[in-house]
Write a protein that binds this ligand. Structure first.
Ligand code: ADE
Ligand code: ZN
Length: 338
């Protein structure tokens, strides 16, 4: 049975969102508004028709439409408005901190200047701190369907703006695009002082998680659900508390799991892994951070202790300073006790 008390508890939990593609927060209404002001014609008549097209069979079927939607974004203002509209929603869900992916190659390949992308996003992030009390960090993702050389060029273009982003990541098509391809660009990014994360083990094999850890030297894994295919790897993830930024609603929409009930989030949490709950591309997958917590709690029968642990894990896995993490742990503990 559904408990409204539990729903209120989930809302009240301070949360950190660690796996969120800003381009994946583009709601169809904003897509139309931005297309209109940029004088672009979409192949859809209205927002409902766009939503009806969101029936995916795998990651690639989603990426095709996601890149099509992202093509309306052209100016600094567009990137600002996109991020601002996400951050307003996040604040209402008690997301206190968001580490946000952006895909510059999706935009620079269409002639949009890197500066317009990063300054638009950064401007919204600065405003969110002041007006919404939400802190943020940006994570620049390389598109793994493109070449390692393209990724290196992107890093070179981005480094003059390094003060605006915290880490590099790796996303897009995973199958047959192993992390090892990106060893050199990651080494260069880390040498510049950037942190590193990577998508691995979403559709790709457990070995891609090992490569991300050992070759790219990432400090957390995005998705990682296929780690369960390698018992030694699961033991290592638990032992080293390497965070997995899981996205339950995304995994069901992209057919990684048949249903939420089959998701391995709870099983891995029980094994002592630093599992976190996130939303990936919420405008496409039917829910933001809170919805992912609520629906996972219902499908997997998560109780207060497990939900509080997930929220604590989200801060533990974040790039926040230790003192800020501690404040959030304490707040979560006080909620649990009340
Ligand atoms: N880009 C946006 N969402 C993604 C996902 N779930 N996996 C890989 N690349 C992505
Ligand atoms: Zn993702």
């Amino acid at each position: 049975m559904k408990s409204h008390g539990l729903d209120a508890f989930i809302l009240a939990l301070p949360k950190a969102e660690l796996h969120l593609h800003i381009e994946g927060t583009l709601e169809p209404e904003l897509m139309f508004a931005i297309a209109k002001r940029n004088k672009l014609k979409l192949r859809f008549k209205n927002a409902d028709e766009v939503r009806r097209a969101y029936a995916f069979t795998d990651l690639q079927s989603f990426l095709n439409i996601y890149y099509e939607g992202a093509a309306v974004l052209q100016t600094e203002r567009d990137f600002h408005d996109l991020a601002w509209s996400y951050l307003e929603r996040a604040a209402k869900q008690n997301v206190r901190h968001a580490e946000i992916f952006f895909d510059p190659q999706t935009h620079t390949s269409r002639g949009v200047p890197f500066q317009a992308v990063i300054e638009g996003l950064h401007g919204a992030c600065r405003e969110a701190r002041e007006k919404l009390g939400v802190s943020t960090k940006l994570i620049l993702c390389f598109l793994r369907h493109l070449s390692p050389e393209d990724a290196l060029n992107t890093l070179d273009e981005a480094l003059p703006f390094q003060e605006y982003f915290e880490a590099v990541g790796l996303d897009s098509t995973e199958k047959n695009r192993p992390p090892e391809l990106f060893t050199v660009v990651y080494a260069k990014a880390r040498a510049a002082g950037l942190k590193a994360v990577a998508h691995a083990g979403e559709e790709g094999p457990a070995d891609y998680i090992r490569q991300a850890l050992d070759l790219l030297k990432v400090s957390r894994i995005d998705h990682g659900v296929r780690c369960v295919e390698d018992a030694d790897l699961v033991a290592r993830l638990a032992e080293e508390r390497i965070p997995l930024t899981m996205c339950p609603l995304s995994n069901v929409k992209l057919c990684v799991f048949k249903s939420l009930k089959e998701h391995n989030l709870r099983k891995l949490l029980e094994k002592g892994l630093c599992v976190t709950v996130n939303s990936d591309d919420p405008a496409y997958f039917g829910g933001y951070a809170l919805d992912n917590y609520l629906k996972s709690a219902e499908a997997l029968g998560l109780g207060r202790d497990e939900l509080a642990q997930l929220a604590k894990n989200s801060f533990e896995a974040s790039f926040l300073p230790a003192a800020e993490k501690k404040c959030c742990y304490d707040e979560i503990d006080r909620l649990g006790a009340s």
